[in-house]
Design a protein around this ligand. Sequence first.
Ligand code: PSU
Ligand code: MN
Length: 300
Amino acid sequence: MIKLSAEVEAALNEKRAVVALESTVIAHGLPRPENLRTAQRLEEVVREGGATPATIAILKGQLCVGLEADELRHLAESDHILKVSRRDLPVVVARGLDGATTVATTMWIAERAGLSVFSTGGIGGIHRGVLPDVSADLPELARAGGMTVVCSGAKIVLDLPATREWLETHGITVVGYGCDELPAFYSRRSGLPVDVRADSAEEVAQLIHARRRLKLEGATLLAVPVPEEAEVPAELLQSALDEALTEAERKEIGGRELTPFLLSRMAAGSGGATLRANIALLANNARVAAEVARALSSST
Ligand code: PSU
Ligand code: MN
């Protein structure tokens, strides 16, 4: 059921480094036209890093690993792209629909295609508020065998301490890339610890190999802080976040709309600062993911 692009298939056959990229961030996480530009840029960054990019999405019900230029454009520009999490997979497949994959479904597809390194912006987690809204990204991270997810921590709109606890309970090793604290998406710091710090791609590869040898289920989460020059100042961030959370509550926004709503309200409330940070961290994570994928493929 999975369609590999010719480029990705060749890279996998030759055991070259491949980096999976998600598509919800393109279709629902970033505004137009920055979304298409960013999606193209991320593929470029992976190539510059000596790896093959594999953007994952669902087109007419088919699970696609590696997209052509016009397919990427369609994802970014169409108004009919569903946000597909695990529960939605049978629906889009049965009905032949187009869908963007979240962290959860990108991992699920990537794993089945034989990929093991995946880069995103921020993972989903446990939302703030009384209703226990837990992203399907979390249980998928606990299940995914041997996957390494490169991210800038969990999105700041979430309950970060609760999300951190969840990762611990479910045995997901959180590695700080050159940092001792779990980054908080638009911020470099959260006050929450990582499990281990690694200062090079080779060190990360050693940790991943050990996890594989142990046959431990679940992902390795490689947390990379947003580049310093793109970090959003704490005060600006707090006010934009408070405004976004209050508005979401007043408008009773929930379910799959909540994360995209909060991200776009924060971009507006911060004069575009969070959008710039989001794009910068996505590119930086893709760069690190390419390094890690190369370190992994040269050490196996
Ligand atoms: N990273 C970003 N922007 C995004 C996302 C990640 O920089 O929009 C997406 C991912 O696809 C993630 C999803 O899986 O947000 C989480 O959505 P939810 O909270 O509804 O599970
Ligand atoms: Mn949710």
